[in-house]
Design a protein around this ligand. Structure first.
Ligand code: ADP
Ligand code: ZN
Length: 619
């Protein structure tokens, strides 16, 4: 019997009901969040502006209406890699999809154009510059269009770092194709960008759908920086062995260094930054997307266009630029909804460095004030003793309660009365003339030797050696918190000298108490009980998952596509856990639609039920 005949409810795609399409084509049982409402709104001919976090399921919001409505759905997408990926995944699901961009040879372009004109395409992905050509617009006007979708719509914003000038002209679509519903989607939460998108794309009358930007499957952890590479290595080995992740660093040099160091420790790590030549960069990106378990060490040049659903962690070894940047970068973890980590180490040097970048930026004062305020918000997130997620969401304009899935919720930080220690630190800054950086002031407090101390006769000061009871790391934590609390500041016009602030006085005079967090470079064992998605399965299921992944790797290699284009991790995990014994049971697993059941069902059932030759055909 052909597997397709054995599905209990073989509603043909011709039925064109959104929910039936979700099940048959994408293999999902139910809509998520606002998906259904958005889809119904578009099917009825309305325009929509959709703000949903990464991994929220934005693509279904235009893909399904494109299948329901007659004609071809046109999707404007800014990056070739994104288009290729989406089209590969759609084709796997049996959707007639194609793309037009500069990666295609002229004969391939002609073939896609013929399919469009022959009305043989459900979805066509087009690069914006291509779409705006007279030729493309002419072809579109000769074809019935189901809808126009603008992906990554924040590219229209001149203030964001993903600005694409061609996006500005996309408002012509509105004039050119007035009756065709339009949908713009983005994961950018910022209300300014939202207003800008609506205005520039002439979506003033579109219905706006805003989802919560919470990413509940991401666990946030921010640790005190010791030796960050070693901290990272331990984290990867203990919590994400063999899994894909991204490590962000600030400079190209540190990217190269960390990638080489990790590789020498046996981690499959690759560097990625704007200083590498294009071919090498593209090759590294392709390996990250296509192979299992590659760790990409990158500057923020590695950003948009990462469509990989199974990134299990994003690590920051340096402080990001802002809370917004932190949210976007960490958001690349766990698109598939499975547990993922956002892990960061941060220390005094980061605070000093970020201040320096602002102070020496050469920008005007207004810009510096905004940048400073942003940095303060980020430091607030790093130093908080409360829930990280509450802080993060508050920054994005949402109120929430303690999440239970961040480091401070899981292991509340120990705070201590640091008033005396703060007084010692501030006195030392004062007594040394507010002319020295933290390293020197700490050496004075700890009663260290050295040429500089002797030269300035700082061993004669009353503060010399009064802080010998704390080690250097602890003192750095104290100075970092003093700066973050605004009780001291770094002056870059004076080579990074520490200075007192207006707020220092009350502390020195004993009028204000200072609370600090106990420094911690790692978390206690309790936390590690949460394991990676694969190892969370009971032994037998974990073994089966490995077998399924090996099969998928082979299949992906044979077809020349990334593994997740075949089936997502979440789907393989569910198969391993539920061990479907027949075709209809397999068909109820999320991510397996009619086409994938037909194509991969027999192989999967044979792997799940070895020795039961009948399973792969049994209904
Ligand atoms: P976004 O573009 O918003 O980042 P995607 O469209 O890539 O998100 O979807 C993220 C993940 O969620 C994908 O793995 C997708 O298969 C899955 N997904 C989308 N909609 C549903 C749904 N209704 N039920 C289950 N999984 C879904
Ligand atoms: Zn929390």
């Amino acid at each position: 019997m052909h597997p397709r005949d054995s599905i209990n409810d073989p509603a043909p795609p011709a039925q064109r009901d959104p929910r039936a399409l979700l099940r048959e084509v994408f293999g999902h049982a139910d809509f998520r969040g606002a998906q259904e409402e958005i889809i119904r709104h578009l099917v009825a001919g309305g325009d929509a502006l959709v703000l949903m976090p990464t991994g929220g399921g934005k693509s279904a919001c235009y893909q399904i209406p494109a299948l329901v409505r007659p004609g071809t759905g046109i999707v404007v997408s800014p990056l070739i890699a994104l288009m290729q990926d989406q089209v590969a995944q759609l084709r796997q699901a049996g959707v007639r999809a194609a793309f037009l961009n500069s990666s295609l040879a002229a004969t391939d372009v002609a073939a896609v154009e013929r399919s469009l004109l022959a009305r043989a395409l459900d979805l066509l992905y087009v690069a914006p510059e291509r779409l705006l050509t007279a030729r493309c617009l002419e072809h579109l006007s000769r074809s019935p269009l189901a809808l126009l979708a603008i992906d990554e719509a924040h590219c229209v914003s001149q203030w964001g770092h993903d600005f694409r000038p061609e996006y500005l002209q996309l408002s012509v679509l509105h004039e050119r194709f007035p009756g065709v519903p339009r949908i713009a989607v983005t994961a950018t939460a910022d209300p300014y960008t939202r207003a800008e998108i609506a205005e520039r794309l002439a979506l003033g009358r579109a219905r706006v759908f805003v989802s919560s930007f919470d990413r509940p499957n991401i666990r946030y952890t921010i640790l005190d920086k010791g030796d960050p590479q070693r901290q990272l290595l331990r984290f990867v080995r203990e919590e994400h062995p063999g899994e894909a992740g991204i490590v962000y660093r600030l400079s190209r040099r540190s990217v190269d260094e960390t990638a080489a160091w990790l590789a020498a420790q046996g981690i499959r790590a690759l560097p990625y930054h704007a200083g590498m030549d294009n071919a090498m960069r593209a090759a590294h990106q392709a390996r990250f997307q296509g192979e299992d378990g590659v760790v990409m060490v990158a500057t923020i040049a590695f950003g948009m266009g990462i469509d990989k659903p199974d990134v299990r962690f994003v690590a920051h070894l340096d402080l990001p630029r802002s809370v917004e940047g932190y949210y976007q970068e960490t958001g690349r973890a766990g698109r598939d909804g499975l547990p993922a980590d956002a892990w960061m180490t941060y220390g005094l040097a980061d605070v000093v460095q970020q201040r320096r970048l602002i102070d020496l930026s050469g920008a005007n004062d207004a810009y510096k004030r905004v940048a400073s305020a942003r940095l303060d918000a980020l430091l607030g997130l790093c130093e908080t003793a409360g829930c990280r997620r509450v802080r993060l969401l508050a920054y994005l304009g949402e109120t929430s309660g303690p999440c239970g899935n961040c480091d401070t919720c899981l292991e509340p930080p120990v705070t201590w009365d640091a008033t005396k220690v703060a007084q010692k630190a501030l006195s030392a800054i004062y007594r040394t003339g507010q002319r020295f950086g933290a390293a020197h002031v700490i050496a004075v407090l700890r009663g260290g030797g050295g040429e500089r101390i002797a030269r300035w006769e700082h061993d004669r000061l009353s503060v010399f050696g009064i802080g010998a009871d704390l080690d250097e790391g602890a003192w750095r934590g104290v100075f970092r918190q003093l700066i973050a609390l605004g009780l001291a500041r770094v002056d870059h016009a004076a080579h990074g000298a520490l200075k007192l602030t207006a707020a220092s006085r009350a502390v020195l005079k004993g009028e204000q108490r200072v609370e600090m967090r106990r420094v911690r470079g790692r978390l206690a064992a309790a936390r590690k009980q949460r394991t990676a998605p694969g190892t969370a399965l009971p032994g037998e299921a974990a073994t089966l998952l490995d077998t399924l992944k090996a099969w998928r790797r082979e299949e992906a290699r044979a077809q020349g596509v990334p593994a997740y284009v075949i089936l997502h991790d979440a789907t393989l995990s569910e198969i391993a856990r539920r061990r479907p014994g027949n075709v209809s049971a397999l068909g109820t697993i999320s991510g397996i639609g009619v086409r994938k059941l037909e194509r991969y069902g027999p192989a999967l059932l044979a792997l799940v039920n070895p020795g039961d030759a009948a399973a792969s055909t049994r209904a």
